[in-house]
Design a protein around this ligand. Structure first.
Ligand code: PNS
Length: 169
């Protein structure tokens, strides 16, 4: 089973879904998908590294981590012999976004999608909101795994320094 996503960066919500996927399937691959249309805060390889750090020592530690450089998810799944992907759903809005992709993936190659209801305590947690809150100095320490928190703050402060240098130049 493949757990695909941008993971920019991985959150406690993602971790919950991967842990539950590991309890359902013999083999789980967390696939960090590179979307060239989205300028990420972290490069795909860094996101994968952060996923690996987040999984270490958890119930999801058995999951593998991979980077998908481009192309269709169905082709990646075919290549590695996976017959299903797993996605967490926080809300009906997530379902509206995920359902057409799930149907398209099944149309293209018969790839199935397993939807897991997200844990209610993580319903407000997304990578984009985490970045937004952290960028403005809000506390996101309980929304991302500890290994990710330090790297996120360091990346944001580095970027802000760079921005200031450009502005002041
Ligand atoms: O975390 P995200 O950004 O919501 O994940 C979306 C993702 C990466 C799973 C989706 O965009 C995807 O599968 N991209 C790979 C390209 C592809 O197969 N596109 C057609 C999907 S029907």
């Amino acid at each position: 089973m493949v757990c695909p996503g941008s993971f920019d960066p991985v959150t406690v919500g993602h971790l919950d879904v991967v842990e539950r996927a590991v309890s359902l399937a013999d083999r789980v691959v967390v696939a960090v998908v590179h979307n060239p249309a989205k300028a990420g805060l972290f490069a795909p390889q860094e996101r994968a590294e952060l996923v690996g750090l987040a999984l270490a020592g958890t119930r999801a530690a058995a999951a593998q981590v991979d980077v998908v450089g481009g192309g269709l998810l169905v082709d990646y799944c075919r290549r590695i012999g996976a017959t299903a992907v797993v996605k967490g759903l926080r809300s009906g809005t997530d379902l509206a976004y995920e359902l057409p992709m799930a149907l398209m993936n099944r149309h293209l190659s018969g790839l199935e999608t397993v939807f897991l209801p997200g844990a209610p305590q993580h319903a407000h947690v997304s990578s984009s909101l985490v970045k937004e809150v952290a960028r403005h100095g809000g506390d996101v320490s309980d929304l991302v795994p500890p290994a990710v928190h330090g790297r996120l703050l360091a990346r944001l402060s580095g970027r802000e320094t760079e921005d200031r240098q450009h502005r002041d130049a």
